[in-house]
Design a protein around this ligand. Structure first.
Ligand code: ASP
Length: 405
């Protein structure tokens, strides 16, 4: 436990040390040294991220579906909640993409493919919507896993989740198995995340040694872009939800949600913030039974901040790798990031693992994720804050809708 708590400090130290070592190597002309001896350790970290992404997506999606299965008991509350979650997350993706493209269009995101080695990128042809639709249904389940075809893995998860639910009593063993395996994979995920300081130090040293201080400016810009997206989403979606649906002034809403927002910002975990968000939702007038359903579900599947981060990071990484995403690919980003954010666990750093999945789906080299791993915590603080605010807004809206009924 103690180890987990000081992870942010270790990441910060790794970040500063990585930059310092990188700058020294840059001025001493030792960029090759960092590429040969430091970067491989970062590569190991990225390999581990890739290695756990399929089981994490598979199990967390099935687990999520099984927990939604109990939704039948909550009937229309469940349907309204999930509809609210899906709509707001899709809007979040669009906001993220719009700002990321503005930044990229303005030339604020760099193209590092010449310096860092051109990406082995085979653009996945966009042959129209129907062909994307056909392709997401795997003809071979193992093929989906082996090729880490994320949309196919998600379809497999949806089918299995639904089937386990329909099997009722007889499917209980499978249900328990999924629960147990998910607990195991969560441990593994925690372990991989605990290795981030190594990834942060080595990649930061390598990137700074190759790029000089310029890369720091680029990282600042991509963080700024994400935070603008977070702020716009909060103002647009949550203020309007509060004002139009609940009839509450946005000021009052944000004031009431403030404690949970700050807690989420510092803890970077929606799950850990749950007790505080329950309290805030109660104070703001959400019905207790509705909040008791919406908030825990939201902390596992409703991640608007994570969706914005994934879209911004995807465009940034694509730009660094010298790849320009087409409109068709952007549509895939919206679909994948929406699903990825649903599959993201409400714990610190989980969104970064799911980002690997979005990149994988688009065929963007996942190794480039190393560019932003170092500053993931800074993204995470803002995205978790937004995730939690979205859950509270939803509990208020659904309470209001049920009241009207
Ligand atoms: N830390 C986020 C949360 O708990 C998830 C993420 O990493 O995006 O909501």
């Amino acid at each position: 436990m103690k180890k987990k708590n000081n992870l942010p400090v270790r990441i910060l130290i790794a970040l500063v040390a990585g930059i310092a070592v990188g700058l020294v190597c840059y001025f001493a002309g030792l960029a090759d040294f960092t590429a040969t001896y430091l970067k491989p350790f970062g590569d190991i970290f990225v390999n581990l991220l890739k290695f756990i992404v399929v089981p994490v997506v598979l199990l967390s999606m099935i687990d999520g579906i099984l927990s939604m299965g109990d939704m039948k008991q909550v009937g229309s509350v469940g349907v309204k909640t999930v509809a609210y979650f899906l709509c707001t997350t899709a809007i979040a993706c669009v906001i993220g993409l719009v700002f990321a493209n503005i930044f990229m269009g303005a030339g604020l995101f760099p193209d590092l493919s010449a310096e860092l080695g051109a990406a082995e990128y085979e653009p996945k042809a966009f042959n129209g919507f129907m062909s994307v639709l056909v392709d997401i249904f795997p003809s071979n389940m193992w093929g989906a896993f082996v090729n880490a075809n994320m949309l196919q893995v998600i379809v497999v998860s949806l089918f299995f989740g639904g089937a386990i639910m329909m099997a009722g009593e007889k499917g209980k063993l499978c249900r328990d198995l999924v629960g147990s395996m998910y607990a195991v994979i969560e441990q593994l995920m925690e372990f991989v995340i605990s290795l981030s300081p190594i990834g942060v130090f080595t990649y930061m040293a390598w990137v700074t040694a190759t790029q000089g201080a310029a890369i720091l400016g680029s990282l600042f810009l991509v963080i700024l872009c994400a935070y603008i997206g977070y702020a716009v989403h909060a103002v647009l979606v949550y203020s309007l939800s509060a004002q139009i649906v609940v009839g509450m002034s946005p000021m009052k809403f944000f004031k009431g949600a403030f404690a949970a927002m700050i807690f989420a910002f510092t803890s970077t975990s929606s799950a850990a913030t749950l007790p505080v968000s329950k309290e805030c939702a109660h104070e703001l007038g959400a019905k207790d039974d509705i909040a008791a359903f919406v908030l825990p579900l939201g902390s596992t599947i409703n991640m608007d901040g994570t969706a914005i981060y994934q879209c911004v990071a995807t465009v940034f990484i694509a730009s660094c790798a010298g790849i320009h995403l087409t409109i068709g690919q952007m549509v895939i980003v919206v679909v994948t990031a929406t699903l990825a954010s649903i599959g993201t666990a409400g714990v610190s750093g989980a969104g970064m693992i799911m980002l690997a999945m979005v990149l994988e789906t688009l065929g963007i080299p996942v190794a480039y994720i190393g560019l932003i791993v170092a500053v993931d915590r800074l993204f995470d603080m803002g995205r978790t804050c937004l995730n939690v605010t979205g859950d509270i807004a939803c509990s208020l809206c659904v309470s209001k809708w049920q009241e009207k009924k």
